[in-house]
Write a protein that binds this ligand. Structure first.
Ligand SMILES: O=P(O)(O)OC[C@H]1O[C@H](OP(=O)(O)OP(=O)(O)O)[C@H](O)[C@@H]1O
Ligand SMILES: O=c1cc[nH]c(=O)[nH]1
Ligand SMILES: [Mg+2]
Length: 210
């Protein structure tokens, strides 16, 4: 198992995940709840950001108060489904830059195929948070992380809604240095590489393409 995995244990998160898992949830509800969960995950994944004290004046007194310091943030969405999480995260992190990596999973081989790559030019100086709702075989996430490391990124975290044990194994083998935050570790992958019980195809459910 991966050395640094955090599974969020919170009733609000579990409740919202159940809405996503339910096959009867409509596209507009699915999209809205992904955005809400993503905001909660932004809160959780930034828990250890550095702060520094700055002098301010409240209506009552002068004081020193904390503000975020250290490396600037960059969110990276793995397209398509990762895009669904960006809006919720930037609501909490309005100063973050956003990059995109286009990857699709070949349905036969389950290998990740890259079709797009656009990230900020100073990506190597930023704290990077890669987001994708699904970690199934882990091939897509692993390819995205390898691509970012080629560009000199040294400080990376990975955030997903659902993780399969198989994907966590891939990440443990290929990226043990990258902390993973997930809303749930599910049971296993089925014969088509889908997470069980899962929520189906996240991209199709977000964008209504099936
Ligand atoms: O861990 P893996 O086995 O690589 O599977 C996970 C990937 O599959 C989904 O993307 P998909 O290929 O369906 O593309 P889409 O987001 O465009 O639908 C999902 O959003 C991940 O990127
Ligand atoms: O269950 C899965 C596996 C990969 N991609 C998805 O969207 N869902
Ligand atoms: Mg898909």
């Amino acid at each position: 198992m991966h050395p640094n995995v955090t599974e969020i244990d919170h009733p609000l998160m579990k409740h919202k995940l159940t809405i996503l898992r339910n096959a009867e949830t409509t596209t507009d509800n699915f999209r809205r709840v992904v955005r809400e969960i993503a905001a909660m995950m932004a809160y959780e994944v930034t828990r250890d950001l550095a702060t520094e004290m700055v002098p301010i004046t409240t209506p009552v007194a002068d004081c020193e108060a904390p503000v975020i310091s250290g490396k600037k943030l960059c969110l990276i969405a793995i397209m398509r489904a990762g895009n669904g999480m960006i809006d919720g995260m930037v609501e909490l992190l309005p100063g973050a830059r956003v990059g995109h990596i286009g990857l699709y999973r070949d349905p036969e081989t389950l290998e990740a195929v890259e079709y797009y790559y656009k990230v900020p030019s100073d990506i190597d100086e930023r704290q990077v948070i890669v987001v994708d709702p699904m970690l199934a075989t882990g091939n897509s996430a692993s390819a995205a992380l390898s691509r970012l490391k080629e560009d000199g990124v040294s400080s990376i975290k990975f955030v997903c809604l659902l993780a399969a044990p198989e994907g966590l194994e891939t990440m443990a083998r290929e990226h043990p240095d990258v902390p993973i935050l997930t809303a749930s570790i599910d049971s296993h992958l089925n014969e088509h590489g889908y997470i069980v019980p899962g929520l189906g195809d996240a991209g199709d459910r977000l964008f209504g393409t099936r």
